[in-house]
Design a protein around this ligand. Structure first.
Ligand code: HEC
Length: 117
């Protein structure tokens, strides 16, 4: 005869359902899904022309003060990181100017660049 439950609950409270707090996506270099400004309400072409265009000519299609971005051999992560961190003496850092979502949109824009004609 058992007078007590076998496993008396030492901690009260509901069992956690085993959900993890989040995948280590950033560490693995996987694009993190952000819930910020949506890419739609953000005009990448315009932004690029205004903010990046004086160094990355023709929307990034040609060499200017900065390199041509079209057909870059850098990884998405390297592109995003360059935009976030800039490069001392060469390119300003934009990590505090843009959200992660916006940076992803800019990387997508760069990947989508095609010759103009
Ligand atoms: C003052 C000039 C300047 C401005 C403004 C500028 N860049 Fe750059 N950018 C450069 C230079 C110079 C480099 C080459 C640095 C390096 O990686 O050695 C570069 C490199 C990059 C690269 C890396 C290219 C590759 O193939 O790895 C990316 C991506 C980039 N810029 C995106 C941007 C974006 C997006 C903006 C606007 C938000 C911007 N840049 C604004 C000068 C500029």
């Amino acid at each position: 005869m058992l007078a007590f439950p076998l496993h008396a609950q030492e901690k009260s409270g509901p069992m956690q359902s085993g959900t993890h707090t989040g995948p280590p996506a950033a560490a693995a270099g996987v694009p993190a899904v952000q819930t910020g400004a949506s890419a739609e309400e953000f005009d990448v072409d315009k932004l690029f022309a205004g903010t990046c265009g004086w160094c990355h000519s023709k929307g990034g299609r040609e060499v200017g003060k900065g390199p041509r971005l079209m057909n870059s051999e850098s990884s998405d992560e390297a592109l995003a990181s360059r935009i976030r961190n800039g490069k001392t003496g060469q390119m300003p850092a934009f990590g505090s100017a843009f959200s992660e979502t916006q940076i992803r949109a800019i990387v997508a824009y760069i990947r989508g660049l095609r010759p103009e004609n």
